[in-house]
Design a protein around this ligand. Structure first.
Ligand SMILES: Cc1cc2nc3c(=O)[nH]c(=O)nc-3n(C[C@H](O)[C@H](O)[C@H](O)COP(=O)(O)OP(=O)(O)OC[C@H]3O[C@@H](n4cnc5c(N)ncnc54)[C@H](O)[C@@H]3O)c2cc1C
Length: 429
């Protein structure tokens, strides 16, 4: 059988994972990343639920454990720094997870581990600083049909399959849906910003979050700690704050820093220190800001013929806690469905790719979108802005911590009954 020729657009978490699985069935893969180098940046992410057996299947558990962040748990504090509720990290090995998972890792370390799986494979080519300008594809009924791709550097090439793993703002998705199609991103009116500051004595080894009272917008500020010299700051806001909208639109670091700094300046707790760092500390130049959004494509919308979406481009839910998990699982299901059909007699390569992409969506959509649509309830419960609302949240969180409801009410419990398929075709080399 001639190997499939595959183009994967986006070298984040989903892209390299798919490259790994498809390389196991002998596909010839080109993985392109827009950035000039591997984009191994970002703050703490985690693997949970089905992401844990998936990581084990990929043989990277030891590497993930070796790079993992030893966060002691997650706590809520008030503006005077007093602990209101503490949820210890889950270390039971039972697969049950708390807010701090057993597998907390810096995004950059995870990306490096995933690239490492295919770096020396001869059938995987990694190209940096590369993007696609346009593509067309042959009729779906053509058994040898291709996707004809034009790269930004003017080159053209044909592929059996093109995968858009280029994140929530996916250009591949835009091209696949065509001009005039509605943007499937649903904005929740909130933003999250992360950046680093120099560490200070007393910075907690717990994920620490403080709700700040305010009249117009909800504001939360938090810290996490993966190394001694730096503390990672998280700022989450909800409500109308035009300077942040404008700064996000511009993408200019100085504007983003100013908008976050102005919004949190008078917040209490450690806000003065963090906003000073935004103004003056070079460590804060790693500020990354994104709106809370969900990608809500209609049923059957994850693929068009031989072009398919994977990861945040298909089913993003910002800060839902499952971005990396669903990237790993989605890549396995997509590769598995294609591999299953490829192994079946009488199925053309076009059919294997087109039907495989449809089967992937059918099987995986219920898992990947299990958390979609809960935004209003989440915001109502977890982003109060009045002192009374914050007090109530603290009281409820304290009771929840006592009864360990964080384990019982977790998404893991909700999605546990949704079983993952096994793909024997992917297991051998
Ligand atoms: C720089 C960065 C930092 C992040 N930090 C965090 C974090 O701290 N915490 C968190 O929970 N989540 C973070 N995320 C999001 C998280 O990685 C994803 O939600 C999740 O892992 C899903 O992964 P993905 O591979 O689908 O998308 P992403 O991880 O977003 O990867 C998409 C990749 O595609 C590349 N790309 C985009 N457009 C193109 C294009 N046109 N052509 C070629 N390549 C393109 C991007 O540069 C990126 O490398 C971050 C994402 C990025 C890109």
């Amino acid at each position: 059988m001639d190997p499939l020729k595959v183009l994967i657009i986006g070298g984040g978490v989903a892209g390299p994972t798919l490259a790994y699985w498809l390389s196991r069935i002998g596909a010839n893969i080109t993985l392109i990343e827009r950035s000039p180098n591997m984009r191994a940046t970002g703050q703490q992410v985690d693997l949970r639920a089905h992401g844990v057996p998936m990581m084990q299947k990929m043989g990277i558990e030891a590497a993930v454990r070796a790079a993992s962040v030893p966060e002691a748990g997650t706590q809520l504090v008030d503006v005077r720094g007093r602990v209101k509720a503490f949820f210890p990290a889950e270390r039971s090995g039972t697969g049950m997870q708390s807010f701090t998972s057993e597998y907390e890792i810096m995004r950059g370390d995870l990306v490096r581990i995933l690239y490492g799986l295919t770096e020396t494979r001869r059938n995987v080519r990694h190209l940096f600083g590369a993007t696609v300008d346009a593509f067309t594809q042959d009729d779906e009924r053509d058994p040898d049909g291709k996707v004809h791709v034009r790269f930004a550097d003017g080159r053209s090439e044909d592929y059996d399959l093109v995968v858009g793993a280029d994140g929530a703002a996916s250009k591949t998705r835009k091209m696949m849906l065509g001009p005039g199609a509605p943007d499937p991103r649903f904005r929740r009116g909130s933003y999250i910003g992360y950046f680093s500051v120099p560490a200070a004595p007393g910075d907690s080894d717990r994920g620490t979050f403080c709700h700040l009272p305010g009249r117009d917008v909800s504001r939360v500020v938090g810290t996490r700690k993966d190394r001694a010299d730096l503390t990672r700051v998280y700022m989450i806001m909800r409500g109308k704050y035009p300077p942040l909208d404008a700064a996000y639109q511009s993408g200019a670091l100085a504007e983003l820093k100013k908008a976050w700094g102005d919004l949190y300046q008078d917040g209490g707790w450690e806000c003065r220190r963090f906003t000073e760092a935004l103004r003056h500390a070079p460590e804060a130049d790693d500020l990354y800001c994104t709106p809370f959004e969900e990608v809500r494509l209609p049923q059957g919308g994850w693929s068009r013929g031989r072009v398919v979406l994977l990861g945040d481009s298909a089913y993003c839910q910002t800060a839902g806690g499952f971005g990396c998990t669903w990237s790993l699982v989605g890549a396995y299901v997509l590769a598995g469905e294609i591999a299953t059909l490829r192994a079946r007699a009488g199925v053309s390569r076009s059919e294997a790719v087109i039907q495989g992409a449809k089967n992937y969506e059918e099987r995986f959509r219920p898992l990947a979108t299990a958390g979609h649509g809960g935004a209003q309830i989440f915001d109502y419960l977890f982003l109060p802005r009045s002192p009374l609302g914050i007090g109530l949240l603290h009281a409820c969180a304290s009771a929840a911590a006592y009864f360990r409801l964080d384990r019982k009410a977790s998404m893991e419990t909700r999605v546990a009954s949704l079983k993952l398929p096994d793909y024997p075709e992917l297991e051998g080399e």
